[in-house]
Design a protein around this ligand. Structure first.
Ligand code: SF4
Length: 235
């Protein structure tokens, strides 16, 4: 029987979660609690709506005419690897249709289950949030070793990898830190790209509505020019 998945929402077409124009599925449920999370409404494992992989694939395939040569479908969240059977079935259905699949993940997962997902994943967008176990625990509430194990698995399985990093003023915007992120990313032979993403606070209203304190409420958003300088630094 097909694994039923919980989906928070579906974004018809976006250009920021992988190559080309993509349909993005936000999966419901996340075991992490990142200090800068934009989607606290996806944390709860019991929210969202149930879909079979066939239903989710059918939704995504409606936008296929817009995918072009580069685009496709991205699963994000939440943490898509918290629903490995569902994502694996969904991706293999999309592969049968010749559609490119991207997995946006923290890398916190059950490794043995992640393998079945990676077998039908064309691109991993991995969020390398911090570089030490201590910081990862403090700001994300999870074990950094598991992220490294996941990244090593993507390399063993030769799945193309984009490393993403959210740049937060005063927290992850130091030049030395950004150089170290680039260094850590370039250790992986399957790395194709490093993306620095700006910290934003558009999520503030969501936190207020949910009655959850936003730990970075007083942190300013990341400025465009400063971010561009950091991008140039690691070019
Ligand atoms: S992994 Fe993503 S969805 Fe989960 S808490 Fe972190 S930023 Fe939010």
């Amino acid at each position: 029987m097909a694994a039923v998945g919980r989906i928070h929402s579906i974004q018809s077409l976006g250009a920021v979660d992988g190559p080309g124009l993509r349909c993005t599925l936000f999966l419901q449920g996340c075991p992490l609690r990142c200090a800068y999370c934009h989607n606290p409404d996806t944390w709860n494992f019991t929210g969202g709506a149930e879909y079979t992989p066939e239903q989710a694939a059918a939704k995504a395939l409606r936008f296929r005419p817009y995918f072009g040569k580069k685009g496709g479908v991205t699963t994000t969240g939440g943490e898509p690897l918290a629903q490995p059977e569902f994502v694996a079935e969904l991706f293999s259905l999309l592969h049968r249709e010749g559609v490119h699949t991207a997995l946006d993940t923290s890398g916190i997962c059950d490794l043995s289950r992640a393998e079945e997902v990676l077998r039908c994943t064309d691109l991993v967008l991995a969020d390398l949030k911090f570089l030490t176990a201590e910081n990862y625990h403090t700001y994300c509430g999870a074990d950094f070793e598991r992220v490294l194990d996941f990244l090593a698995l993507t390399e063993r399985m030769s799945v193309p990898l984009w490393i993403r990093h959210v740049v937060v003023p005063g927290l992850t915007d130091g030049e030395q830190h950004i150089r170290q992120v680039a260094q850590a990313a370039r250790r992986y032979s399957n790395l194709q790209k490093i993306e620095l993403l700006p910290f934003r606070k558009l999520c503030l209203e969501k936190y207020r509505a949910l009655g959850i304190p936003f730990p970075l409420e007083d942190t300013p958003e990341m400025g465009g020019e400063a971010l561009e300088r950091l991008r140039q630094l690691i070019k």
